[in-house]
Design a binder for this molecule. Structure first.
Ligand SMILES: O=C(O)CCC(=O)C(=O)O
Length: 258
């Protein structure tokens, strides 16, 4: 006798092939989907999440090149936004639209590779563990991140030789973004009463990463996060977002460069 599988995951599942670019979320997390559909059948409670929308501080960094008064005003705004929000958006940050666009194109290309190439680091030469997806420790759908990422140490990037268009673009991108991070770190150190070189001396490139995230289409997008709510483990994140989605923010010292 063949039992019909009426579970929610059975309706969602699409067999993953060797050539599939998306990680096998549905097969790997089948028990979480089954648990979700069982809970949904037994329990019809609707959960509402209240989201408050706020205007983030926008800081024009071109004022750092102005006169003494203008520069000091800009630095004070950065310190205030970091203290009160932990997050602010910067404009006129000196990262060209051209390099942002080149990085975006390379990122699209690398994520379009078949899953088995990404997971086995074929042709990419990143350190082991740089490619990540899902949340291995998740015990329910709410703990699952429906995303994949390359979390690449800066030391891998600077040592890559820039031989492919991906590695040379990553090198250029990392160099310009590191300059911006350095500038902001100097201001933050100064405003906390340290030497402006404090972070340069104490934060080595081996502790810095370039992270590329992708959020594949999710059949249960109202129930699953692209990335679980989290606090970054670093002290400063420079985040560039594409035009498609927005991040909900409640993190410490994160800078959005648009
Ligand atoms: O992709 C985003 O917008 C958020 C990224 C993020 O929070 C992270 O990678 O830690």
């Amino acid at each position: 006798m063949v039992e019909s599988d009426n579970s929610f995951s059975a309706h969602l599942s699409q067999p993953s092939s060797m050539e599939s670019l998306d990680p096998p979320f549905q097969e790997t997390y089948k028990t979480l989907f089954d648990k979700y559909s069982m809970d949904a059948m037994l329990n019809d409670d609707t959960e509402f999440i209240i989201v408050e929308e706020c205007e983030l501080p926008v800081i024009d960094l071109s004022r750092l090149n102005g006169g003494e008064l203008e520069r000091e005003e800009c630095k004070n705004e950065i310190a205030k936004a970091s203290q009160e929000w932990g997050f602010f958006q910067v404009v006129n940050h000196g990262i060209s639209g051209e390099i942002l666009e080149r990085m975006r194109r390379e990122q699209v290309k690398v994520f379009k590779k078949p899953f088995h190439e990404k997971i086995n680091d074929m042709h990419l030469n990143f350190s082991a563990g740089s490619y990540r997806w899902g949340t291995p420790s998740a015990t329910c759908l709410r703990q699952l991140s429906w995303s994949e990422a390359f979390h690449v140490p800066l030391t891998d990037i600077s040592g890559s030789g820039g031989l492919t268009s991906l590695s040379s673009t990553m090198q250029q991108f990392a160099t310009t973004v590191s300059d911006l991070a350095q500038k902001l770190a100097e201001i933050l150190a100064e405003k906390m009463g340290h030497k402006s070189t404090f972070f340069k001396e104490n934060c080595l490139p081996s502790t810095c990463y370039l992270r590329m995230n992708r959020y594949p289409p999710c059949p249960l997008s109202s129930e699953v996060f692209g990335l679980m709510p989290h606090t970054d483990s670093d002290f400063l994140t420079i985040l560039h977002q594409d035009q498609i989605r927005r991040t909900a923010i409640s993190e410490r010292w994160e800078v959005d460069c648009s």
